[in-house]
Design a protein around this ligand. Structure first.
Ligand code: HEM
Length: 179
């Protein structure tokens, strides 16, 4: 997993909890990287799982809730740092429809070692979008947070139905409908 994701996660912990909390979970996890992440570095996604687990223990918030909240935070960071992906897109379904064939394709050029999920996208009409997420890193909760914040960002009410197709968050279908 790219360091940019870890850097943003620790930013969220500092902002939502405290800088001491960020130091504390890094110390608690005995990470191979030592917690010194650079944006372009690559680190095991297990370090993210460990950091989220340590944060969950200390805050009492379930890990899936923390990962979803991180997805929401991360979406707005992507908006700040990659405004070009938002050019000319006026609604969330049009944005999300482009995740696999446009956005993550560009991400791979920017971060050559990025370990990206696969999304199978189906857009039967303007008001509906189906996103089938698959990843060996089991980040379905992160995907949900990103999707939710994309919808909030554009403001048009969209309902989300989540169907877990395994019990690890590695295979999830999201059905989105304009309400
Ligand atoms: C401007 C928009 C976006 C940018 C720049 C972006 C970029 C990235 C980057 C850099 C990573 C990390 C790759 C790695 O760890 O090696 C990533 C992972 C990921 N992205 Fe995106 N992304 C964007 C939007 C989205 C959206 C809207 C979704 C949800 C539908 C999404 C779903 C994910 C997920 C779930 C991962 C974690 C890796 C995994 O599940 O295997 N991304 N993305």
């Amino acid at each position: 997993m790219k360091g940019v994701v870890f850097v943003e996660f620790l930013e969220m912990v500092e902002a939502e909890f405290s800088p001491e909390m960020a130091d504390d979970i890094i110390d608690a996890c005995d990470l191979p990287s030592g917690g010194a992440y650079t944006s372009v570095g690559t680190y095991s996604h297990r370090e993210m799982v460990a950091l989220v687990g340590a944060l969950s223990e200390r805050t009492g918030t379930p890990a899936p809730d923390l990962i979803r909240a991180f997805g929401e935070f991360l979406f707005e960071r992507f908006h700040v740092h990659h405004a070009e992906f938002f050019d000319g897109i006026n609604n969330s379904l049009d944005f999300l429809e482009r995740i696999e064939d446009v956005i993550h394709v560009q991400v791979r050029k920017l971060y050559p070692n990025a370990e990206l999920p696969r999304f199978e996208i189906d857009r039967p009409d303007q008001d509906h979008l189906s996103m089938l997420y698959r990843s060996d890193r089991h980040m379905g909760d992160l995907a949900e947070g990103l999707i939710r914040q994309c919808i909030a960002h554009y403001g048009t009410p969209i309902s989300i139905q989540r169907h877990d197709l395994d019990d690890k968050g590695g295979h999830v279908r999201f059905e989105l409908s304009r309400t």
